[in-house]
Design a protein around this ligand. Structure first.
Ligand code: FAD
Ligand code: DLZ
Length: 509
C-alpha cells in the first residue's frame, strides 16, 4: 500500500508524527508552496521567504534521507494544498493520505470535510506530538474548571514535565513564578547581544527574488533577510540565545528601548512554530543553563514559563474554544484599524517604533505587541477581526493557534476575561516606566487634556469611562474607578472629550 504524506510549512520536524508513521520505501512526501496559504492574509514578505526557504531545505534533507518528495514550488501556480495532493495522487495512486494535524481551524476543517471526497481516499489526521500538552490533556485539565488560568495550567505542566522541579516534586527556588522580579527598565547595561544573522544561501536568495516579485504589495521589508532556515541554524540560534541573552531575559522581559529592537529576547518563536526547534529541547536548554550556573533562576523560569506555560496554554484554549472563539467581541470593539498600523506616519514614538520594527524584522517583542500596538487597539476599540488579521499578517511567527488567543483574549479582552481577568489597558505612564520612548516623543506623557498630551492618557480614561458598567465592580479595577471619580468634574469632561475625539480621529495620532 502506498500513501501520500503531506508535510506543511510549519511542520518541518524530522520527528513529525506523519513521517514516523510512514514508510520511506513506498510512501511519498508532498510539500507545496501554494497561493492560498501564502495569501489568506497579506503575510510579511520575510515570513514567506522564511517559510519557502525552510520548506525547500527540509525537502532536500528528506530526499537525502531516502524519502521520495513531490515538491511543488510557487512558480508552478498551484492554488491550494489539496490541488498539490490531487496532482501527486494522479501520478501515484495512493490508498491513503497521512497528515499531522495542522495548526489552524480553517485548514483543519477543509482537511476533514472536503479533502476525502476531493481526493477519493481516506485522509488520516495524526496528533501533533511536538507539543507538550495534547488536545485531550488540555480538555481534561479544562473540564469542570470555572476559570482557565494560565498559572495553574503552568504549574501542572511543570509537574508533568519535571522542568525546574526538585527531586521532592517542589518547584526549584521554592516558587513557581518569579515574574515580580522581571520588570526592570533597561538603562543601557549590560550590553544587549548583537542579533545573530545567517547569510542567505542560494536557495534563500532564489526564494527572496520570487517573493519580491510576487508579494511586493504586502507590508514589510523583504531584505535584509537574516533568519535561520535549517534545523542546524536554528540550533545555533538557540545556543546563541542561551549563552548571550538568557541570563538577562527575566530582568528585562518587559522593557522597551529606542536603541535595541530585541533586547534580551530569544527570537526563537519563528523556529519553534515552524518545527525547526522543539519546545521541550528549548526549555531543557534553558534549564541546563541554570543548573550549570550560567543563568539565574528568574531568567530560566521566566523563559520556560513562556514556552511550557503560555505557548501550550494558548494552543489549548484555541482548540478547546474554536470555532466560536474567533467570533467573540465582548467589548463590542468595531472601529476600523487606523492606517498607522500599516506604516502611515504617527507622532507617537512608542507606536512608530513598534511598527518600524515590525516592518523591518517581521518581529516585535512581546511588550511591544501587548502594550504598544495591542494597548492602542484596545483603547481605540478597533474591530477584533481587523486587528487579528493584522497580527496574523505582519509577524513571521504568526499562526492562528497562537496569534488569535493572544490578540482576541489577551489584548482585546474580547473573550470576556478568559485569558486575563482584567484588560491590559494602560496609559502613557506604563510606556514611560518601561521604556525611553517618551523622552523622544512629540507628545507630553505627563498630561492628558492638551493637544500635545500623550494620546494614551486620554484614551485610557475614555476606555475606563466607556466600560464603567463592566469593570467598575472588578476588584482589581475598583481603585482606578475611584481615581476617575475623584477627578475634578471639568477635568474629567475635558479628558473624555479629548479621548472621544482621538477615538474618532486616529489619523491625527
Ligand atoms: P521570547 O520573549 O524570547 O519568548 C520565548 C518564547 O516563548 C517565544 O519564542 C514563544 O514561543 C513563547 N511565548 C512567549 N510569549 C508567548 C505568548 N504570549 N503566547 C505564546 N507563546 C509565547 N507568538 C507567536 O509565536 N506567534 C504569534 O503569532 C504571536 N502573536 C502575538 C500577538 C499578540 C497580540 C501578542 C500580545 C503576543 C503574540 N505572541 C505571538 C506572543 C509573543 O509576543 C511572541 O511569542 C514573542 O514576541 C516572540 O518573540 P521571541 O521568540 O523573541 O520571544
Ligand atoms: C504560512 C505559510 C505560507 C506563507 N505558505 C505555505 C505554503 O505555501 N505551504 C504550506 O504548506 N504552508 C504554508 N504556510 C504555513 C501554513 O499556512 C500552515 O501550515 C497552516 O496555517 C496551518 O498552521
Amino acid at each position: 500500500m502506498s500513501r501520500l504524506v503531506l508535510v506543511l510549512g510549519d511542520q518541518l520536524s524530522a520527528s513529525l508524527s506523519s513521517l514516523n508513521a510512514a514508510d520511506r520505501l513506498c510512501d511519498t512526501v508532498v510539500m507545496a508552496e501554494v497561493r492560498e496559504e501564502a495569501s489568506y492574509v497579506p503575510h510579511h514578505p520575510k515570513k514567506i521567504i522564511f517559510m519557502f526557504s525552510a520548506m525547500r531545505h527540509f525537502a532536500a534533507q528528506l530526499r537525502q534521507q531516502g524519502w521520495q518528495v513531490d515538491y511543488y514550488p510557487y512558480q508552478m501556480g498551484l492554488a491550494s494544498l489539496c490541488d498539490a495532493l490531487q496532482q501527486s495522487a494522479a501520478n501515484r495512486q495512493p490508498q491513503e493520505v497521512l497528515i499531522t494535524r495542522c495548526g489552524e481551524w480553517r485548514l483543519d476543517q477543509q482537511m476533514r470535510q472536503q479533502w476525502p471526497s476531493k481526493l477519493g481516499v481516506p485522509v488520516t489526521l495524526l496528533e501533533d506530538q511536538r507539543f507538550l500538552c495534547s488536545h485531550a490533556d488540555f480538555q481534561r485539565w479544562a473540564a469542570g474548571r470555572k476559570q482557565l488560568r494560565m498559572e495553574y495550567f503552568y504549574r501542572e505542566m511543570r509537574q508533568r514535565s519535571g522542568l525546574l522541579m526538585t527531586a521532592m516534586g517542589e518547584p526549584e527556588g521554592g516558587r513557581w513564578n518569579f515574574d515580580s522580579e522581571n520588570r526592570a527598565r533597561y538603562e543601557g547595561k549590560p550590553a544587549c547581544p548583537a542579533p545573530l544573522h545567517f547569510a542567505p544561501d542560494p536557495i534563500t536568495a532564489e526564494v527572496a527574488e520570487l517573493v519580491k516579485q510576487e508579494f511586493s504589495h504586502h507590508f514589510g521589508d523583504a531584505e535584509p533577510f537574516v533568519f535561520a532556515v535549517t534545523r542546524e541554524q536554528a540550533l545555533t540560534a538557540l545556543s546563541y540565545f542561551i549563552d548571550n541573552a538568557l541570563p538577562w531575559f527575566g530582568d528585562y522581559q518587559d522593557a522597551m528601548s529606542l536603541h535595541h529592537d530585541h533586547l534580551f529576547h530569544s527570537l526563537l518563536s519563528v523556529y519553534l512554530n515552524a518545527g525547526l526547534l522543539l519546545p521541550l529541547e528549548t526549555c531543557q536548554a534553558a534549564e541546563q543553563a541554570w543548573r550549570d550556573g550560567k543563568a539565574p533562576l528568574n531568567a530560566a523560569e521566566g523563559f520556560i514559563r513562556q514556552i511550557l506555560g503560555w505557548r501550550e496554554y494558548v494552543r489549548g484554549i484555541y482548540w478547546l474554544k474554536m470555532p466560536d472563539y474567533s467570533k467573540q467581541n465582548a467589548l463590542a470593539s468595531q472601529r476600523p484599524l487606523p492606517p498607522l498600523y500599516w506604516g502611515a506616519p504617527t507622532q507617537m514614538r512608542c507606536v512608530s517604533e513598534a511598527v518600524r520594527a515590525t516592518r523591518e524584522h517581521a518581529h516585535a517583542h512581546h511588550i511591544q505587541r501587548l502594550m504598544v500596538t495591542g494597548n492602542l487597539a484596545l483603547l481605540l476599540g478597533v474591530d477584533v477581526k481587523e486587528i487579528h488579521s493584522w497580527y496574523l499578517a505582519v509577524y513571521a511567527d504568526a499562526y492562528e493557534w497562537v496569534e488569535l488567543p493572544n490578540t482576541l483574549g489577551m489584548v482585546m479582552h474580547a473573550d470576556g476575561g478568559m485569558l486575563g481577568s482584567k484588560p491590559y489597558a494602560a496609559s502613557g505612564k506604563y510606556i514611560q516606566r518601561m521604556s525611553d520612548y517618551c523622552s523622544q516623543c512629540h507628545y507630553n506623557v505627563t498630561t492628558s487634556e492638551n493637544s500635545d498630551s500623550c494620546p494614551l492618557n486620554a484614551l485610557y480614561w475614555h476606555f475606563i469611562s466607556r466600560h464603567q458598567e463592566r469593570f467598575s465592580r472588578h476588584p482589581r479595577m475598583a481603585m482606578i474607578y475611584r481615581n476617575w471619580q475623584r477627578m475634578d468634574e471639568d477635568k474629567r469632561r475635558r479628558i473624555f472629550a479629548r479621548g472621544e475625539w482621538l477615538v474618532e480621529h486616529p489619523e491625527t495620532l
